[in-house]
Design a protein around this ligand. Structure first.
Ligand SMILES: [Zn+2]
Ligand SMILES: [Zn+2]
Length: 260
């Protein structure tokens, strides 16, 4: 499999994944025109995309989905519970392209997909992709983790993992009203840098060797802060970045292309 994050964070999220037999976009939280431009950077034509897979209905994940699906006649896959509200937001996507799944696991040609429900303020799913003994997971917009989530990402060689906010910046910042601060840090909001550290420890113990910190808040985190804070915390637990695990940071620009 090959995977590259083409946009990450509060301003929009989109990841491109391909195997020998299928090309998938996970979320299009940027405009359709911008999505097309970013795909061109990696020599992928919009018509080559087989499936758009949606995590949840928030605009930073679906901004360009309707236009992309309509313009290029592409199917949109999401969990049945996600479609309950998505159907009012994706108005141009014809019914033949509104595809839903109900069980956690399904097949997209040669990729086995496992979707796990994650606590967020709307129905939301994390995804794992397996092909040829390799496993990649994408886990963002997660209020808190549980056994089912840990089970679903275990054994992934590569994980795009949310590190949304620094606790101190969120607490002391003056831009966000208290209610929003509570929503972000609450059980149905987002993962902090500290929560990301706990998950990385678990992942490394279970064989993960590459983490991409994802969905960073523009106001309450930064790539440098997330990387240094998380690397230093991991060191306290004897995990050395660059030795036991590699840590990359996804930003609002196209990131690293990984081949597994
Ligand atoms: Zn989001
Ligand atoms: Zn969200």
């Amino acid at each position: 499999m090959k995977i590259i994050n083409l946009a990450s964070g509060s301003d929009g999220n989109m990841t491109y994944l391909e195997s020998e037999k299928v090309k998938i976009l996970i979320d299009i939280g940027i405009s359709c025109a911008e999505a097309v431009k970013r795909l061109a950077l990696i020599n992928v034509k919009p018509n080559d995309i087989d499936v758009i897979l949606v995590t949840h209905e928030h605009n930073d994940h679906i901004k360009g989905v309707d236009a992309f699906s309509f313009k290029f006649d592409k199917p949109v896959f999401a969990h049945r519970t996600v479609w309950e509200n998505l159907k009012f937001k994706l108005i141009k996507t014809p019914s033949k392209n509104r595809r839903f799944f109900e069980t956690g696991s399904f097949q997209l040609r040669d990729i086995s997909v496992n979707a796990v429900a994650v606590p967020h303020d709307v129905p939301c799913f994390g995804y794992s992709f397996e092909n040829d003994g390799r496993k990649i997971s994408i886990l963002t917009d997660v209020g808190h983790t549980n056994e089912r989530i840990l089970d679903s990402i275990r054994g992934s060689q590569l994980v795009y993992l949310e590190a949304n906010y620094d606790k101190t910046l969120l607490k002391e910042g003056t831009k966000y009203p208290l209610a929003l601060k509570r929503r972000i840090s609450g059980g149905s909001g987002h993962l902090s840098n500290d929560e990301s550290v706990s998950l990385i420890r678990y992942l490394v113990q279970n064989g993960s060797r590459q983490i991409v910190l994802s969905h960073l808040s523009r106001e309450n985190n930064s790539p440098d802060l997330a990387y240094s804070y998380i690397s230093n915390k991991l060191l306290e637990f004897g995990i050395v970045e660059g030795v036991h695990v590699k840590i990359d940071v996804a930003t609002n620009r196209p990131g690293t292309l990984f081949k597994l």
